[in-house]
Design a protein. Structure first.
Length: 181
């Protein structure tokens, strides 16, 4: 039997938390959303935890919870957008499963993020109603920093404007090939 653990990564709003549970359902597997696991454990939102503890401590928390979740088999795990930008997190993920990168263009990310105040790295821009160009500059800057990590994925899927069902079907076919290797 092949891999029984698939991690989904991608920039915020790329579809990880939407596609993940649908994919898990199609496979008959369990689903974990790393951000939700951490929020439930602390009784706070990711924004609050990020603000209270800082980014580095938050990334350490992610590693701790990835280790716990990785003890399960037949799971789909949606990661936070920056989880794999931490070398230790990426190494742990790659050693315990396969990584799926949901790639979205900066323009699509902007359309999805422009009104969301629950994104720690963009909250200030949403609240101050920054112009689209400023959003795109920040999105592109973060993507540039993370792309080298995202590109290490075992599976890369362009999400674009495709219907979710089509994207899930495409990923499910690839996952079936991996688990039957």
């Amino acid at each position: 039997m092949g891999t029984e653990r698939f991690y989904i990564t991608g920039f915020m709003t790329s579809g990880k938390s939407t596609i993940g549970p649908i994919l898990a359902n199609v496979l008959g597997w369990s689903f974990f959303d790393l951000d939700k696991v951490i929020e439930n454990e602390f009784g706070k939102t990711i924004v609050e935890i990020f603000t209270d503890k800082g980014e580095q401590e938050f990334r350490n928390l992610e590693k701790q919870y990835i280790s716990q979740i990785a003890s399960n088999e037949n799971v789909i795990i949606a990661l936070g957008g920056g989880t794999i930008a931490n070398e230790q997190n990426l190494a742990l993920i790659k050693s315990t499963g396969k990584l799926i990168y949901l790639r979205a263009s900066p323009d699509i990310i902007y359309k999805r993020i422009k009104n969301k105040i629950d994104r720690p790295l963009f909250r200030d821009m949403v609240l101050s109603e920054s112009n689209p160009e400023d959003f795109l500059v920040r999105i592109k800057s973060l993507l540039d920093k993370r792309e080298k990590f995202y590109e290490q994925a075992d599976i890369i899927i362009d999400t674009g404007e495709h219907p979710i069902g089509r994207t899930v079907d495409k990923i499910a076919k690839i996952v079936f090939r991996f688990i039957h290797e």
